[in-house]
Design a protein around this ligand. Structure first.
Ligand SMILES: Nc1ncnc2c1ncn2[C@@H]1O[C@H](COP(=O)(O)OP(=O)(O)OP(=O)(O)O)[C@@H](O)[C@H]1O
Length: 346
């Protein structure tokens, strides 16, 4: 199912109302796995609810396979939805929860329980059907929520931060399970996440939302290697964000100078990934060390850049207050003009 989101705009709240989504457009192709990535408050969940029909937009349109569904009620859109807080029915057994969407569609009792058992097997919960939901662990409840979302054979699956309550080990398991089900069931899947690594690991493409607008829409490697804004470059973690000035294609902040070819002169922001910098005895010792911490396989040196902090890995410990040299690898250094942010250079 091709999903088209065209010019979606919505204001929420009163006194004053706030523009939560502003002219959001993108398309997910049939069977694509697409992530909506962005910081808290960017508008991701709001957009997911509009796609599901739980919330009605003020402007723009949602279309499935080219047909607008704006007037179609949520339960008639053939969309599966996994909520962040799962929203399982506590008064029903596991299989009653999973069978519920089929009941809503008028499926016979024996057929819908048969379907529920099949789905529970798919999410590795064979034999759990008669249990109370409250007797299950968080990870098991998340799988019940997933099975329930799949019950009515949706063509579009919407996942709102589906792994947020799980520990890292369970999260990995659930990611694999979701990708397996996405492929097996042949759905178009849209997942909300604020975890950039999760998004690049799982998605065919990523929509990055900021302040209710699409800042970048592309392949995972495009967002990682050619981030359109400093916010996107920084969202992958393990980086330093440094304010400075660009003049004649060079970014400076105290002793730090970086190539900023193509970036407009004036105030600018540099994002330097830790993987692109290293303490190097062969470089001029320009940078004062604020502190050095042990990180297992490496040390992490925090450099004081006139009040700003630059974090750089080091193969060996360095004394606080010492001056060190640093080598930079341009592939992980991004410079953006202060306004707009689309003047990225390296
Ligand atoms: N019913 C509402 N009334 C007023 N403001 C709202 C309403 N729902 C959401 N908002 C505001 O809209 C903005 C976007 O909210 P939304 O939940 O879509 O963000 P999000 O990107 O999913 O964030 P998170 O990752 O924290 O869930 C937030 O500033 C939120 O406070």
């Amino acid at each position: 199912m091709k999903l088209s989101v065209s010019g979606i705009t919505i204001d929420l709240g009163t006194k004053p109302a706030k523009r939560v989504l502003d002219d959001v457009s993108f398309e997910a192709y049939d069977r694509e796995f697409l992530s909506l990535l962005g910081a808290s408050g960017a508008g991701k969940s709001t957009l997911l609810k509009i796609i599901a029909g739980i919330l009605v937009q003020d402007g723009g349109s949602i279309a499935f396979d080219g047909r607008a569904v704006d007037g179609v009620a949520a339960h008639k859109r053939n969309v599966g939805y996994v909520f962040q807080d799962m929203r399982l029915f506590p008064n029903m057994t596991v299989e009653e929860n999973v069978a519920f969407p089929c009941k809503m569609r008028g499926m016979r009792k024996d057929a819908r329980f048969e379907r529920a058992r099949e789905l529970l097997a798919h999410v590795q919960l064979d034999g759990f059907g008669k249990r109370e939901v409250s007797s299950l662990s968080g990870g098991q409840q998340q799988r019940v929520a997933l099975a329930r979302a799949l019950a009515a054979t949706p063509q579009v699956l919407l996942l709102d931060e589906p792994f947020s309550g799980l520990d890292e080990h369970l999260r990995d398991e659930m990611r694999s399970l979701v990708l397996k089900l996405h492929r097996e069931f042949g759905m178009t899947t849209i997942m909300v996440t604020h975890d950039a690594i999760e998004a690049i690991e799982m998605s065919d493409r990523i929509v990055y939302l900021s302040g209710g607008r699409v800042e970048q829409f592309g392949l995972p490697d495009e967002l990682f290697e050619r981030s359109a804004t400093s916010e996107i470059a920084a969202c992958f973690g393990d980086c330093s964000t440094i304010k400075g000035v660009v003049e004649d294609g060079v970014f400076s902040a105290g002793p730090l100078s970086l190539s900023a070819k193509g970036v407009a002169p004036g105030s600018a922001t540099a994002v330097i990934r830790q993987s692109a910098a290293a303490v190097d005895a062969g470089m001029p010792p320009l940078f004062p060390v604020r502190c050095c911490v042990y990180r297992g396989s490496t040390y992490l040196v925090r450099i004081d850049l006139e009040g700003q902090s630059l974090s750089v890995p080091s193969p060996s410990p360095v004394a606080d207050g010492a001056l060190v040299g640093v080598a930079f690898d341009g592939s992980g250094v991004f410079v953006y003009a202060e306004e707009g942010g689309d003047d990225a250079g390296r």
